[in-house]
Design a protein around this ligand. Structure first.
Ligand SMILES: NC(=O)c1ccc[n+]([C@@H]2O[C@H](COP(=O)([O-])OP(=O)(O)OC[C@H]3O[C@@H](n4cnc5c(N)ncnc54)[C@H](O)[C@@H]3O)[C@@H](O)[C@H]2O)c1
Length: 387
């Protein structure tokens, strides 16, 4: 098959920069794609750091101003892996320049920005996607198939916990994720947004929510994040934490199902425990990112005496994406979820359809985020349709 090349320009190059760069590199190795991604250029503000990142992660060139990347004629896709407050400005400029766009989550800082971003991509007819990568674990995709095939029947409960602990030390510095003007919300938008996306993907649209949010450590040493989720500061000056450390909420879905959600970075011992359980009239499923290849499944019509959760290792040919890799039982990991997402994105461009999740999903997710914040403030149920 003759492959068309599509030239990627990526803005930002740390945690998610590494995950996306790897996805572009490995996609053509494992999947037969109509389009081959070319890592054309990355942008960052610090020349020596961006040059080093370009060399390390396989990018042909670099820019020190993202605007220059958006203007370049030899770039077809803009990939945004910068903090949340930059997403709207970059995405709108990229859409106006006719570039296809993939952006990290949450879509924007505010719902207003999210609306503007969605309008811009629609007006300019570009392909767009938001990086809710956990949808793309084979076990999660297989859960979707089970639900669509009616194997769980009517869904009663969606129960999600997204638990981390990387900021529990009060000396952990005031990184961008803890500043409202840069991140929008705290645990809610950073990790709760993923649970919201999984719920929308697997159960359906949210109807209303009621929540509580808390900031346990109100001041922290000023300092910047060094890499990934790790950070240190030698600064004794304290700054105010302006986002939530934990967000808990209940939800009603349009289809009558009930949801319980917990997003916290204060769950000691839980590094990236992104879990859900779904209970339906005919069966249940459980998934946990830290054992992402496995799915626990229970069917109510199993023989009496043998009923209970069975453990499925989702590495068989029949499990979505798994067949592209290794023989059964030879597991895959976190980075593969990004390969699958990029695969869908490039398929969308090649075959002229809007892949999911896209900016519309990002916008709907942002409506839920806003409703959760509002509910915590008002101490009452908030309807999503009123956002
Ligand atoms: N999909 C996921 O599971 C997941 C995981 C982590 C982060 N994220 C999202 O990815 C985005 C980036 O997070 P991260 O963890 O990679 O952050 P990070 O701090 O590791 O990296 C941010 C990058 O953006 C650059 N940057 C910062 N401000 C900039 C600006 N004004 N202009 C240009 N470049 C700028 C930094 O130099 C750095 O390269 C965020 O939106 C975050 O919510 C998603």
């Amino acid at each position: 098959m003759k492959q068309k090349e599509i030239r990627i320009g990526m803005i930002g190059y740390q945690f998610m920069g590494k995950a996306h760069s790897h996805a572009y590199r490995d996609l053509p190795f494992f999947f037969n794609t109509k389009i081959k991604p070319v890592q054309k250029a990355i942008a960052g503000r610090n020349e020596s750091a961006v040059k080093e990142a370009a060399e390390k992660m396989g990018w042909e060139s670099y820019e020190t101003d993202w605007r220059r990347l958006v203007e370049r004629d030899d770039i077809d896709v803009i990939d945004i892996v910068t903090p949340n407050h930059t997403h709207a400005e970059i995405a709108i400029a990229a859409a106006e320049a006719g570039k296809h766009i993939i952006t990290e989550k949450p879509l924007a800082l505010t719902l207003e920005e999210a609306h503007q971003m969605y309008e811009a991509v629609q007006k300019n007819g570009v392909t767009h996607m938001i990086c809710h990568n956990y949808r793309f674990a084979p076990a999660v995709q297989f859960t979707k198939k089970l639900i669509e095939a009616g194997r769980l029947g009517r869904i009663y409960h969606f129960r999600a916990n997204y638990l981390q602990d990387f900021i529990m030390d009060p000396q952990f510095p005031l990184v961008w994720r803890l500043k409202k003007e840069v991140s929008g919300t705290g645990a809610l938008g950073d990790i709760g947004a993923h649970s919201i996306d999984l719920a929308r993907f697997l159960v359906g649209e949210f109807k209303e929510v009621v929540s509580i949010m808390e900031t346990f450590i109100k001041e922290r040493p000023m300092g910047e994040m060094s890499s990934g989720l790790q950070a240190k500061s030698n600064n004794s000056t304290l700054g105010e934490v302006t986002v939530d450390d934990a967000a808990l909420f209940l939800a009603k879905f349009e289809n009558g199902a009930l949801g319980t959600f917990e997003a916290t970075r204060f769950a000691g011992g839980n590094r990236n425990k992104n879990k859900f359980e779904i209970n339906g009239e005919k069966g249940s499923v459980r998934w946990d990112m830290e054992n992402m290849n496995n799915l626990e499944v229970y069917f109510a019509n199993d023989e009496p005496g043998l009923q209970g959760f069975r453990l499925i290792n989702c590495t068989e040919e029949i499990h979505p994406y798994a067949g592209a890799y290794w023989p059964s039982g030879h597991i895959i990991g976190y980075e593969h979820t990004f390969i699958h997402l990029v695969h869908e994105f490039l398929n969308g461009i090649a075959n002229n359809y809007q892949p999911e999740p896209n900016f519309k999903d990002g916008l709907k997710n942002q409506q839920v985020l806003k409703a959760v914040e509002e509910s915590a403030e008002l101490k009452q149920w908030v309807n999503i349709a009123e956002q």
